[in-house]
Every structure is written in structure tokens, then in C-alpha cells.
Design a protein around this ligand. Structure first.
Ligand code: FES
Ligand code: FE2
Length: 337
């Protein structure tokens, strides 16, 4: 391409174009950044709770496979209804347990030679042949703590395989009969959770990317693993629980959960899960989903083409961005290299 040619001529900014179809259709997104052999971000997959499935999509005894946290994993639901997630490759001879594996009670049996794993501990509980006196401790797959909450299945990732150090909140609107069944919007983004999280403390971008009349000056509060921003005169409250989970409430309009699940170090699967008061009509949750999806489409070309600047020059009003980066450090225990 010559330097005079304008790439993606439709992409005129200030504000960035709204293109809701770009969420599902990645071919609509301009990627002009040149991939390098270096990692794009100096962070490992963060520690935290992340949505890995909708609860309604996994029945007792069912298994599903996915790539998440940089690993191939198997998610299944026990015969008693509890979700379990383990690394996919059997510790025996490496079969993919999700391809033909069978749920038995609380365990999953590998299809290759029938070794049986407890998905809660990851330990092999039975080797059905071979006269072993005891099962070696290395006969084990990595397991991830899982819970079901707010009609979603959440898995805990920790770089040093430690136990959860914060909770997924119950969001009461999702269990309230006066609120609509949820609407979910899913899309992949080529960025990491910290970069995407920076969006809500980056107040200046609202004017330039989203076209607000002025730069908002939201209240920002950090406390342990929790954070909160309050804007629009108290009518827009965003709570964060770790790096991957936001609960957002726009007064009188919607409550939604934002989950940014790391597929690997450089890619996220975002799920936005909306509900709205039934009093606002049967389409209220869908309308909220459509409106906010159009908004995030304006951010996508920025996120997917930017680079991470480790020591940015910031204005006085952007100090919160640095505070959030300091806060985010508590969620990295894995190997960044
Ligand atoms: S590879 Fe799984 S039981 Fe042999
Ligand atoms: Fe944004």
C-alpha cells in the first residue's frame, strides 16, 4: 500500500464509527498493526473468576471443550449438577479427555484407556487395569475451581494454582421476577483484560472515541480487589471484582454483567449479560444490549491496533489510570515471560 492511500476509508473518527456488526464479524475490523514475535503485553493471564459458559448450555453429564487461559480444557457437569473444569490432556498418554470422555458421577473417564479423574481435585481415582497397588500422585490433571452464579458458569484461574481470593457477587436482578430473562452479547477482542479495563477510568476517550459532549469526571474508588466508578450524577455505577468481572447499573435502564475471559495472553472473549426491568417492556433488555454493543464497537479498532505503553505521559486528570494499573498488579502471579 502506498503511503497516500487511506486504509479503511470508511473509518472516520471523532467520534469513531459505530458498527455493531463488527462485534460478531471480525472481517469488519481494521487491523493494521504488524504482528511481532514479542508478546504484545507484559502480563500473564490474570488471576480471577471468568465466565466460561452459560449455565443453561451444560446439562448434567454433558462435556464441552474450549481454549481458555491459554490452555485446552474440558468443562463438564457432574451427574449431580456441579460444573467442573480440567486441563484437556490425560496424564497417562495424553489423550484429549473431551473427545469421547464420559462423565461418571462427579468424575470424567478418559476415552483412551479408561482412567477416571475427579474434576474437583484433578486426581486420578481409578486405573481400571494393570494391578497397581496405588495410584501414583502424578496421575493428575490440572483442575480449576468452578461455580455457577448469575446463570453463568465461572472458572477460577490462578497462575500459581492457588485458591480464590475474592468472590463472584450475586447480582440480585438476575434472580428477580420483576426483571427480564437475560440477553447475552458475545465477542472476541484482540487485547488483554487490563487494557480493556482501562477504558472505564480513561475519561478523555469518552469525548474523542464515543462523542460525549464533554469529558466526564467520574468518581473512582479502589478497595482491595474491588473497584467502583460512579458517573452521570450517580445514575451509572460500575463495580469491578478483579480484572475480569464488572457489574454495571444504569438507573432505570439496565443492569449488566461484563465478563472478559482470557482466551490467551492477547485475546479475550467478552460476554455482556443484560437484564432490564419488566416494567420497561419485553424488549428492554435487548434494546439495552443493542445500544451498549454499538458503543463498544467504537473502542474495538483502538484496542486491537494500539500497543501497551508501560510508562505513559499522563495529564493531571489521568492519574486514575495509573492508580488502576497499580491496583491490577495484584492479579498477576503467573509467569509473564
Ligand atoms: S491416555 Fe487417558 S487413559 Fe490413557
Ligand atoms: Fe470506550
Amino acid at each position: 500500500m502506498s503511503t497516500t492511500e487511506v486504509p479503511y476509508p470508511g473509518l472516520e473518527a471523532f467520534p469513531m464509527p459505530r458498527d455493531p456488526d463488527a462485534l460478531a464479524d471480525r472481517s469488519r475490523r481494521p487491523i493494521v498493526r504488524t504482528p511481532t514475535s514479542e508478546p504484545r503485553f507484559p502480563f500473564p493471564v490474570p488471576d480471577g473468576w471468568f465466565v466460561v459458559a452459560e449455565a443453561r448450555n451444560l446439562a448434567p453429564g454433558e462435556t464441552t471443550t474450549m481454549h481458555v487461559f491459554g490452555e485446552d480444557v474440558v468443562l463438564y457437569r457432574t451427574d449431580h449438577g456441579e460444573p467442573r473444569m480440567v486441563d484437556a490432556y490425560c496424564s497417562h498418554l495424553g489423550a484429549h479427555i473431551g473427545v469421547g470422555g464420559r462423565v461418571e458421577g462427579g468424575c470424567i473417564r478418559c476415552p483412551f484407556h479408561g482412567w477416571l479423574y475427579d474434576g474437583q481435585t484433578g486426581k486420578c481415582e481409578e486405573i481400571p487395569y494393570g494391578d497397581m497397588d496405588r495410584i501414583p500422585s502424578q496421575a493428575k490433571v490440572r483442575s480449576y475451581p468452578c461455580i455457577e452464579r448469575n446463570q453463568m458458569i465461572w472458572a477460577w484461574h490462578h497462575g500459581a494454582q492457588e485458591q480464590p481470593f475474592y468472590e463472584v457477587p450475586e447480582v440480585e436482578e438476575f434472580a428477580d421476577n420483576d426483571w427480564l430473562p437475560y440477553e447475552i452479547v458475545e465477542f472476541d477482542v484482540a487485547t488483554c483484560a487490563q487494557e480493556m479495563a482501562e477504558n472505564n477510568v480513561d475519561f478523555a476517550h469518552f469525548q474523542y472515541v464515543h462523542g460525549t459532549d464533554a469529558i466526564p469526571d467520574d468518581e473512582f474508588h479502589l478497595d482491595g480487589t474491588y473497584k467502583r466508578t460512579v458517573g452521570a450524577g450517580g445514575n451509572f455505577v460500575r463495580e469491578g471484582f478483579g480484572l475480569g468481572l464488572g457489574v454495571l447499573r444504569i438507573a432505570g435502564m439496565t443492569t449488566f454483567i461484563s465478563s472478559t475471559t482470557p482466551i490467551d495472553r492477547e485475546n479475550l472473549k467478552v460476554r455482556w449479560i443484560f437484564t432490564a426491568p419488566k416494567a420497561n417492556g419485553p424488549d428492554a433488555a435487548r434494546q439495552a444490549a443493542e445500544g451498549l454493543s454499538a458503543g463498544v464497537s467504537q473502542d474495538l479498532p483502538i484496542w486491537e491496533n494500539k500497543r501497551y505503553v508501560d510508562r505513559p505521559v499522563v495529564t493531571k486528570s489521568e492519574k486514575k489510570l495509573l492508580e488502576q494499573r497499580e491496583w491490577a498488579k495484584q492479579f498477576y502471579s503467573g509467569d509473564a515471560g
